[in-house]
Ligand binder design. Structure first.
Ligand code: BTN
Length: 244
């Protein structure tokens, strides 16, 4: 991952760019990475926009062809990418780093990184996966999001080289991806669970316009959040639950 690397000054969204590349032209090699210094239409989950100060943060997309993976096992790919980003940041940030379900990286209670994975299917398997990753590196101010976002610089008080961190992420994603290819799913699921934000802690959630206190006990194979409420365990998808 990252052997075929393109860095753009400005683009709408690296995910959109890579998807267009896939549909327009000759074959694009697996592991291709497109990075942008500035995205003017960066996209996040839930149709959100993704803002980053130009030149300060990592915004890039990578291309994989996980044809061996059934569509029903898509969440294992999400786990693999989350673990790769986590492992690249862990040497810098050590403790207090978590994977927040489904695929954010948190430092303490603030978001450091998010991702947008866009898969295309062929029959019941995945054909291609465009994996967009945003990591806050050298941005110092987050405006209205100050209480929810942070950056490596805010935490460690110095600037970091974007490409060094990018290639660390590529390396760690590749390591986890090869484990997935080798069928080491149990190991991947256990590693993801072990790093899960708020695991076994009681927290307030909102679901169906109702606030309730519950305990995250894990994530199902398919990627649903498992929350224990009293002695009943509920499972939720991304649209069904929010953390308070
Ligand atoms: C989220 O947390 O909502 C996901 C954010 C994903 C942002 C990255 S930045 C690079 C890539 N290109 C995009 O337009 N989005 C992803």
């Amino acid at each position: 991952v990252g052997q075929n690397f393109v860095s753009l000054k400005q683009v709408d969204s690296t995910n959109t760019f890579l998807k267009n590349l896939l549909s327009n032209s000759k074959p694009v090699p697996e592991g291709t990475v497109i990075m942008a210094e500035d995205q003017f239409a960066g996209r996040g989950q839930h149709q959100n926009v993704w803002h980053a100060e130009p030149g300060k943060n990592l915004t890039f997309s990578m291309l994989l062809y996980p044809n061996f993976l059934a569509a029903t096992a898509q969440f294992d790919l999400t786990r693999v990418i989350s673990l790769g980003v986590y492992d690249a940041l862990a040497p810098l940030l050590r403790d207090n780093l978590f994977i927040k379900w489904p695929n954010d990286i948190y430092y303490e209670n603030k978001k450091l990184s998010g991702m947008l994975i866009e898969n295309s299917l062929q029959g019941s398997n995945i054909k291609s996966s465009v994996i967009g990753i945003g990591v806050n590196i050298n941005q110092e101010h987050f405006g209205d999001n100050a209480s929810r976002a942070t950056s490596v610089k805010q935490i460690l008080q110095r600037d970091y080289d974007l490409k060094n961190i990018l290639f660390d992420i590529c390396r760690h994603v590749e390591t986890w991806y090869l484990k997935l290819k080798a069928g080491e799913t149990n190991l991947i699921r256990a590693a993801y669970k072990q790093k899960l934000y708020l695991l076994n802690e009681t927290h307030n959630f909102v679901s169906n316009n109702e606030v309730f206190s519950g305990t995250i006990i894990g994530v199902t194979d398919a990627g649903l959040l498992e929350v224990e409420r009293g002695n009943v365990t509920g499972t939720y998808n991304l649209k069904e639950i929010q953390y308070l």
